[in-house]
Design a protein around this ligand. Structure first.
Ligand code: FES
Length: 179
């Protein structure tokens, strides 16, 4: 069983009205006595708004759904789509499970680490990229596979495609900044 962080005081977080309304829509999909079933959706909503799921956010979701905080913490730490600390604008999850590792997955992760100048698990100083390893993405035939921001699956990520992806994301970020 994963432990709640004990080395820091859990700050209080009040879920905004907008977040509560969106969570209520998810709760409504389940029987009235099973609102805990909406926990993954609720955490996703909180993460979309805040960028990560802090201990305070875990507590707020637990209170809202009537769950023990440790149960919410276990969900957050089980799925690597949930960010347990702030991440960059683009979270790059490179699959290094065996089928991908045998087909360039580890090399792709190392290539990005060298290109971005960050260790796996870290974020670039400009806050643009967080590089992580991931478990199997269900796209082993497309190895090496990776996921951008938990939504966009990228296939056959050899160096030239990695270069193109990073260029594209940098350009998109620059465009957003200029608007
Ligand atoms: S092992 Fe990488 S997608 Fe399955």
């Amino acid at each position: 069983m994963d432990r709640l962080p004990m080395d820091c005081e859990v700050q209080h977080l009040t879920l905004s009205e907008e977040i509560r309304q969106r969570i209520d829509q998810e709760i409504a999909k389940y029987p009235a006595d099973q609102k805990q079933s909406a926990v993954i959706a609720a955490l996703s909503i909180v993460q979309q708004r805040h960028g990560w799921v802090s201990p305070a956010a875990e507590k707020a979701v637990a209170d809202y759904l009537g769950m023990p905080p440790i149960a919410v913490h276990e969900v957050v730490t089980f799925y690597n789509m949930f960010n347990t600390r702030p991440v960059g604008r683009y979270k790059l999850n490179v699959c290094t499970n065996l089928p991908c590792a045998l087909s360039g997955g580890a090399a792709a992760a190392q290539y990005l680490s060298d290109k971005l100048g960050v260790a796996i698990g870290d974020t670039t100083p400009d806050g643009l990229f967080t590089l992580q390893e991931s478990e199997c993405l269900g796209a082993c035939g497309d190895a090496p596979a990776m996921l951008v921001n938990d939504r966009r699956l990228c296939s056959f990520m050899r160096p030239e495609r990695l270069d193109a992806l990073i260029d594209e994301l940098r350009a998109a970020a620059a465009k957003e900044e200029s608007e």
